[in-house]
Write a protein that binds this ligand. Structure first.
Ligand code: R5P
Length: 289
């Protein structure tokens, strides 16, 4: 088995290698002055079982292109099997034609990954789980539910009085599974997105009065959803608010918005390489924003 990393999250690829007791494979990616990328493996891949770790984080288009080139180069170098390990698949938010004449990038990117020659995909907490179905090759769709549940159990005082709050109706299924695991209550928010950076939370459905609220989501991007969810939880009498998401992407105004929030902590897993806010299961370490 050989593990290689694109440039988006080398820290995670290294951690994976540490857990497996293997050495991260040597490869390099070069960007030319005309923005073209070239990748090169610095060791033989002949007949190897190759895993390429690459999150689709900023710059997203370069991350995707680099992964495609790495898959293609690995196949050309006679790897026996190539698995694309995509901890964060950002285009999972583009999964259907919900407006006239729009693109469906979640499917197109899946097509490209297969056309490049991937034999298998490993990914985590797809915003729209149905993106899984865009692939004809096997996909292992992992969940951070266990890690997030353990983190909340270990760090929240008075944990048993908790309510899991889904920041929008689309997250209810995931939030409900976590609530069952934690034996907590469940609430959700009726949210409407008004633009890329703003949302409007209209009502909180459920009882959070005097309770510890655990907001869980697939990702924080601009933190617009989070701001609305925290403010509504507080306005409905929540005792305290803890936030744990799978993908801490933190784009645009996110960090500034989060700093202004009345929350105990905001944390995420390390699917995206950001300098804060990670739940790291191996060492049980936590950095909060
Ligand atoms: C929304 O449907 C998702 O579950 C997330 O809540 C959303 O993608 C987060 O985006 P933002 O942080 O920009 O509100």
């Amino acid at each position: 088995l050989m593990v290689f990393s694109g440039q988006s999250n080398c820290a995670l690829a290294q951690e994976i290698c540490n857990v497996l007791g293997t050495t991260l494979g040597q490869s390099e990616t070069q960007k030319f002055t005309n923005d073209n990328l070239v990748v090169r493996y610095k060791q033989s891949l002949r007949e190897a079982d190759v895993f390429i770790v690459q999150s689709f984080s900023s710059p997203v288009s370069d991350s995707i292109m680099e992964l495609l080139l790495m898959i293609d180069a690995a196949k050309s170098a006679s790897a026996a099997r190539v698995t694309a390990v995509i901890p964060y698949y950002s285009y999972a938010r583009s999964d259907k034609k919900d407006e006239p004449r729009i693109s469906i990038a979640g499917r197109l990117v899946a097509d490209l990954i297969q056309a490049a020659g991937a034999d298998r995909v490993l990914t985590m907490t797809l915003h729209s789980p149905q993106v899984h179905g865009f692939f004809k090759i096997p996909v292992d769709h992992l969940s951070a539910e266990v890690v997030i549940a353990e983190h909340l159990q270990q760090t929240v005082d008075g944990f048993s009085d908790g309510v899991v709050l889904a920041p929008d109706a689309g997250d209810i299924k995931r939030a409900s599974a976590l609530a069952r695991r934690l034996d907590s209550g469940l609430a959700f928010i009726d949210k409407r997105r008004t633009s890329d950076t703003t949302v409007n939370a209209r009502a909180l459905i459920g009882d959070v009065q005097g309770r510890k609220v655990f907001i869980v989501d697939d990702e924080i991007s601009t933190a617009g959803s989070l701001v609305e969810a925290v403010n509504l939880a507080k306005a409905n009498g929540a005792d305290s608010v803890h936030v744990a998401v799978t993908h801490g992407v933190y784009t645009g105004p996110a960090v500034e918005r989060i700093h202004g929030l009345d929350v105990v902590e905001v944390c995420s897993t390390n699917t995206v390489d950001v300098p804060y806010s990670k739940i790291e299961r191996s060492g049980g370490k936590l950095k909060t924003l």
